[in-house]
Write a protein that binds this ligand. Structure first.
Ligand code: ATP
Ligand code: MG
Length: 363
């Protein structure tokens, strides 16, 4: 059987720097665990614009659609700030998400024990925290029509429309329930059914999918504003949180900061399962291209390495190998290895991107 294929798009800024470490990790799995991938690499974002005048070449798009999974570093940077909107680096990423139809965005908020002290919050609030936010990514208020700034009488009005179809809610709900079965079998769905029609439909459809196909999963519903409060007050009450595009944007950033640095946070964006059972999938760190530290060997590669761990788990059904990789990271952090972003008040000497990669491979 052919090896599973992985398309790597390092992108811009620290993207290529952190991806270098991921490539070493991937090679390690081939050497030591007989888990080989057919890895290919291509350009995205500003790097693609520099080479082709477009942030995502059609050939790259085609390769992404063919690949079993795509791993992306980061896009954008000050060099591209003045580009026309249509060729901005971010448009490359948006096109990938759209054409791959990645409707389910998974963002874990997981607190490594060794970093529980680092969090500015009380240690007992976040130690052992392990939640997953499932955010609908392709619809809702960021896409609904009508949208625009219009003249109305003698003033202007800005309009965005929150719009969800039953099938859009149905498919993202299924992905949350499937995920919950692999975790603690618990989903909390968040909307504002008290004041929004789309919220009423959301709650109804989520409940129906649950009752028909996932009655074994524990389901609760919460208004998103209360959810935000609960997330900060007592985050460990949650396992999987299912929510729409807008609330998910906010709640996932909020949850992320419970755990420490941006340099630690992975994400997955999944689409519909293909014939081979694998969903279309794009994995990327939550952080951006970090122009302020680019080229200084300071970037923390862990977010990108954890994104590869998510690929192992969700695209390649290698949950044990993903856990092996996560355990290595836990060990390294417990031993005190810190890139600059993880340095607390106590100080110390930070290690470089490559040194962090070395430590993880050793562990
Ligand atoms: P974008 O617009 O692409 O989201 P941004 O400017 O909002 O980018 P980042 O590029 O993620 O956000 O950078 C935010 C801050 O976090 C910067 O100070 C950056 O140096 C820091 N940072 C981001 N990622 C990392 C990382 N992997 N390691 C260390 N520091 C990081
Ligand atoms: Mg940003």
């Amino acid at each position: 059987m052919a090896n599973p294929s992985l398309l790597i798009l390092p992108g811009d800024g620290i993207g290529p720097e952190v991806m270098e470490e991921v490539k070493r990790v991937i090679a390690w799995f081939g050497d030591k665990r007989s888990l080989a991938f057919d890895v290919s690499e291509d350009l995205v974002g500003g790097a693609a614009y520099d080479a082709h005048g477009t942030p995502l070449h059609d050939d790259t798009m085609a390769r992404a659609l063919q690949a079993d999974a795509v791993l992306l570093g980061a896009v954008g940077g000050p060099k591209y700030d003045d580009l026309d909107f249509s060729v901005k680096p971010e448009r490359g990423l948006l096109r990938l998400r759209k054409e791959m139809d990645l409707f389910s965005n998974l963002r874990p908020a997981q607190c490594f024990d060794a970093l529980a002290d680092f969090s500015s919050l009380k240690k007992d609030l976040v130690a052992g925290l392990d939640i997953m936010i499932v955010r609908e990514l392709t619809s809702g208020v960021y896409f609904g029509e009508p949208r625009g700034i219009f003249e109305e009488g003698n003033e202007r009005v800005g309009i965005n429309t929150q719009r969800y179809t039953e099938s859009e809610i149905d498919r993202v709900a299924r992905s949350a329930f499937e995920l919950a079965r692999r975790r603690s079998n618990k989903v909390c769905s968040m909307e504002k059914a008290n004041v929004m029609e789309s919220g009423i439909l959301w709650r109804e459809v989520v409940q129906k999918v649950h009752d028909e196909d996932y009655p074994d999963v524990e389901l609760s519903h919460m208004y998103a504003d209360n959810g935000a409060m609960q997330l900060v007050r007592a985050p460990k009450q949650f396992d999987v949180i299912l929510t729409d595009n807008l609330f998910g944007d906010i709640l996932s950033d909020c949850a992320a900061m419970l755990t420490g640095s941006l340099g630690m946070l992975p994400s997955a964006s999944l689409g519909a399962p293909a014939a081979n059972g694998r969903p279309k999938a794009l994995y990327e760190p939550v952080h951006g291209s970090a122009p302020d530290i680019t080229g200084q060997a300071k970037a923390n590669p862990i977010a990108c390495i954890l994104s590869f761990a998510m690929a192992l788990r969700y695209s390649f059904d290698q949950g044990d190998e993903a856990a092996r990789l996560e355990a290595a990271i836990e060990t390294v952090l417990a031993n005190g290895a810190r890139t600059a972003d993880l340095m607390g008040e106590e100080g110390g000497t930070p290690i470089s991107t490559t040194e962090m990669g070395d430590e993880i491979l050793k562990a």
